[in-house]
Design a protein around this ligand. Sequence first.
Ligand SMILES: Cc1cc2nc3c(=O)[nH]c(=O)nc-3n(C[C@H](O)[C@H](O)[C@H](O)COP(=O)(O)O)c2cc1C
Length: 190
Amino acid sequence: MTTRLTIALIYGSGREGRFADTVAGWLEPELASFSQYDIVRIDAAELAFTPGGLDEASAALVESRISQADAFLIVTPEYNHAYPAALKAIIDSSFRPWHAKPVAFVCYGGVSGGLRAVEQLRLVFAELHAVTIRETVSLAHAWTQFDPAGNPFRPGILNGQLAVLMSRLAWWAHALKAARIATRYDEVAA
Ligand SMILES: Cc1cc2nc3c(=O)[nH]c(=O)nc-3n(C[C@H](O)[C@H](O)[C@H](O)COP(=O)(O)O)c2cc1C
């Protein structure tokens, strides 16, 4: 399994002053240490939204990055026991480019650590013919887990959880990439 993988890193919060940036400050350097992955970013804060979803230019950008990706790592908070509307708009902007690809989650929030949002996302991704990964990095009471400079108080635990998640994600990404090359997914059933 030596082929390089392209992983789309998707930020679901576009809120002003969002905590997502603190999570990103830990996550992105850590991801960069896995040299076998090329990372492309899709960030709700950098996209334009209309009442119907993403605007045309943002939808085209997102679709091209989802198409390019072999796997997805979604960074999501929990809002009222669910995922952010911005993330749903990103997800809904494409259909076929998600098919037969794996999706993993880094989630954060209050007491639930974002896990209720992730459980709902698993249902959404089933509809998109995507495979969600069991392992999840969850940050409960996320704001208590980083010092004022944004360094995690438990880097060993977090980085270890991320390493396991990335190993599982890569396994599925390689397996499904080979399967998609062997047989076009949309040809196996009408
Ligand atoms: C509208 C809203 C609803 C929220 N609902 C929940 C919730 O149901 N469960 C939870 O654990 N945290 C909840 N939170 C806390 C967020 O998960 C937490 O503030 C998180 O850091 C928000 O991420 P962001 O700043 O990157 O957008 C909520 C926050 C907002 C703004």
